[in-house]
Design a protein around this ligand. Structure first.
Ligand code: DON
Length: 304
């Protein structure tokens, strides 16, 4: 497995130089586009990594997976009265569809959907962002995971579009709490800094029927695990989810920090990170690394 990971890293490096680092918030625009990391965590508890796999980066929309998981744990199926379950076919920050569909976002992985999910958590926890940070620490076994204050401040300062979505949903009665509090909590969760290694370990419960190896607990039920993986398959890479499904074929979630986590149910989780993004907001080199990884899985169906 280590030789797979090393070889994938070497081949994916050829994609460095394509794409552009996210520029809509200044703190992300400073990222080095030459970074590339990959980490694989098997259900047997073995971690394999290459390149910048240990470097913390802004997880951004990957936080939406943890937000959704916590909201399903606390609210169950009632969550789906607030947010839909279908791909949007629109950019992740689009407002047009939200207006047409009366403030009910298409799915929990576009920004509007994650804001609604965060609103549910604001109603359930005193400090949902701290709770999410604590969950990320426990699931990854890394107690030094932090919320990046500079990224949070930067996103708050440039919040107009997310604020527009939140106010629109509030006007339609789909947000119970104050817009500012919900947005601040959502940005804070997106501003978590984690490495490829951290993320591959933390999200391994999705490959292991909901069982979290680091804490020894069943974090969610097998059925809920299957449902979360399904939403990742259909909506995890926004309007590029179909392309990614064809090329990689694994449930996955991306973020504008350049990370992508993918799940191989029953076997392992893999996280690739490189900051330069394509037009859809997905990392160019990380997508390619995961495509190469899927080819290795085809070639070695029994491994791990
Ligand atoms: O709300 C935002 O715009 C960011 N905090 C998250 C966006 C994001 O990561 C979309 N991902 N590809």
């Amino acid at each position: 497995m280590q030789s797979w990971v090393d070889s994938i890293h070497a081949r994916a490096r050829t994609r460095l130089g394509s794409g552009r680092v996210a520029s809509y918030i200044p703190a992300l625009a400073q990222q080095d586009p030459e970074r590339l990391g990959i980490a694989v965590y098997t259900n047997a508890g073995e971690l394999y990594s290459a390149g910048d796999a240990g470097v913390p980066f802004s997880i951004q929309s990957i936080a939406k997976v943890l937000l959704l998981t916590l909201a399903l744990r606390t609210h169950g199926e009632a969550l789906w009265q607030r947010v839909g379950l279908n791909p949007s076919g629109m950019p992740f920050n689009s407002l047009a569809q939200l207006e047409a569909e009366r403030g009910k976002p298409r799915n929990p992985f576009i920004n509007a959907g994650a804001i609604v999910v965060t609103d549910r958590l604001v109603g359930s926890f005193a400090t949902p962002d701290k709770h999410l940070q604590d969950v990320a620490r426990r699931l990854s076994g890394n107690v030094s995971i932090l919320i990046d204050a500079e990224v949070l401040a930067s996103e708050w300062q440039h919040r107009s579009r997310n604020a527009a979505a939140a106010y629109l949903m509030k006007a339609f009665g789909n947000l119970d709490n104050e817009v500012d509090e919900v947005l601040r909590t959502y940005f804070s969760c997106c501003a978590l800094s984690m490495s490829c290694s951290d993320l591959s370990v933390a999200l391994n419960f999705l490959a292991a029927d909901g069982h979290a190896r680091a804490t020894g607990e069943r974090f969610v039920s097998p059925g809920m695990t299957r449902r979360i993986n399904s939403i990742m398959s259909t909506c995890g890479l926004y309007d590029a989810a179909g392309d990614f499904a064809y090329r990689v074929g694994l449930p996955a979630k991306s973020g504008v920090g350049g990370g992508i986590v993918a799940v191989v149910p029953g076997r392992m989780t893999v996280c690739a990170w490189s900051p330069a993004l394509d037009e859809s907001g997905n990392s160019v080199a990380a997508q390619y690394a995961l495509e190469l990884f899927a080819e290795e899985l085809d070639a070695h169906p029994q491994e791990a």
